[in-house]
Design a protein around this ligand. Structure first.
Ligand SMILES: NC(=O)c1ccc[n+]([C@@H]2O[C@H](COP(=O)([O-])OP(=O)(O)OC[C@H]3O[C@@H](n4cnc5c(N)ncnc54)[C@H](OP(=O)(O)O)[C@@H]3O)[C@@H](O)[C@H]2O)c1
Length: 334
């Protein structure tokens, strides 16, 4: 039986996610309903993606008995409210990253998932690409020996997008871009908490972070460094340096389709989209969707690849980076 998806909100990422679902077998994945704040937006989205039900409120989607799991694609200051709405209605949830604005909000979401006994995952899609699976396999086999250093970058000029600039829209480059570098470091070091973290950078006049360099020190003299920026294009690759070799992930490291292991490159092509996409390699969201299906089939409440404790570590480190750079959201003051 197909996993029946409800799509919450009709913005850019919801479009790409729905296109990605179509690259999977229809007998496994179906988008059955969509909800937006305005009914016309939901109706337009449903026509474009051939979805049978369109709702003018998220509450109606939460009440739909034909929905197994809701994909939440609205902007992050509204993730907490949406997550609580759907999970209290006993819906499983895949919520776009960042899961919420700060640790306090993430803890509230994780508590609700446990209380309601529903599946919940932060949509860190990168972790489910075949390239990432291969990286985890190579690390487990100690293919490059002991990892000593990680470097990664994510920088794209995006200051024309209000969502990256305005504080009340969840602006700031860390939660939109830098978190991909951070989650990569956390994945490679297997969820270990760093011994120290140092962030230095520049902010926009709106008070959100624009370009930041972060250095992390782990046990056993292991290091990581990453740079992120919403004002400039960076090389956007990643490298893991071990005692016996290197693993390189060429641009774009957050949606990777090739891998270089000790100089030898392998390609992992993505399927073509049926409609134009808003973001690079958007059809790669198919892998996180399939992970959700597999977890639901197994009766799991969280994914072992992007677990609740992974989300918690990520947001705690993000809070610390923001504290050092001087970014405060209204949600931090509640
Ligand atoms: N995985 C990825 O690669 C990726 C890429 C881009 C973004 N994202 C994440 O996805 C989320 C959405 O990003 P996006 O680029 O798709 O954003 P977007 O198109 O600007 O907005 C998405 C939706 O958020 C709701 N929204 C927008 N402004 C709002 C406001 N002022 N108040 C209340 N709701 C508002 C709207 O929902 P309605 O349709 O219901 O009105 C809108 O359609 C963000 O959390 C972002 O971090 C992930």
């Amino acid at each position: 039986m197909a996993t029946r998806w409800g799509i919450c909100s009709t913005g850019k990422i919801s479009h790409d996610f729905t296109v990605a679902l179509k690259t999977l077998p229809a007998e496994d994945h179906q988008a059955v309903a969509v909800a937006a704040r305005k009914l016309e937006d939901a109706q337009e989205f449903s026509r474009k993606h051939n979805i049978s039900k369109a709702y003018g409120s998220y509450e109606e989607l939460a009440r739909d008995p034909d929905v197994d799991v809701v994909y939440i694609g609205n902007i992050h200051p509204h993730h907490l409210k949406a997550c609580l709405l759907f999970m209290n209605a006993k819906k499983n949830v895949l919520c776009e990253k960042p899961l919420a604005m700060n640790t306090k909000e993430v803890k509230e979401i994780l508590d609700s998932a446990k209380r309601n006994q529903v599946f919940l995952m932060e949509a860190v899609w990168t972790r489910f690409f075949p390239v990432s699976e291969e990286v985890r396999k190579l690390l487990a086999q100690r293919e490059i020996g002991e990892v000593k250093m990680i470097r990664s970058e994510f920088g794209i000029p995006l200051l024309h997008r209000p969502r990256l600039v305005e504080k009340e829209l969840g602006g700031g480059a860390l939660l939109s871009l830098g978190m991909y570098c951070l989650q990569f470091v956390c994945m490679v070091y297997n969820g270990e908490r760093p011994e120290s973290i140092q962030a230095t950078g520049v902010c926009l006049d709106t008070g959100v972070d624009e370009t930041v360099i972060v250095t992390l020190k782990f046990s056993e003299k292991r290091m990581a460094v990453f740079t992120y920026s919403s004002s400039m294009k960076l090389p956007n690759d990643a490298i893991i340096v071990g005692t016996k070799g290197t693993i390189q992930i060429p641009s774009w490291m957050w949606c990777p389709t090739s891998l270089i292991v000790n100089g030898k490159e392998t390609q992992y092509p993505l399927p073509e989209p049926c409609l134009p996409l808003n973001f690079h390699n958007g059809t790669g969201m198919r892998y996180e969707a399939e992970e959700v299906r597999q977890c639901l089939l197994k009766g799991l409440k969280e994914s072992p690849v992007m677990s609740h404790s992974d989300s918690l570590l990520l947001i705690e480190l993000e809070d610390e980076i923001r504290r050092q750079v001087g970014v405060v959201y209204s949600q931090d003051c509640l």
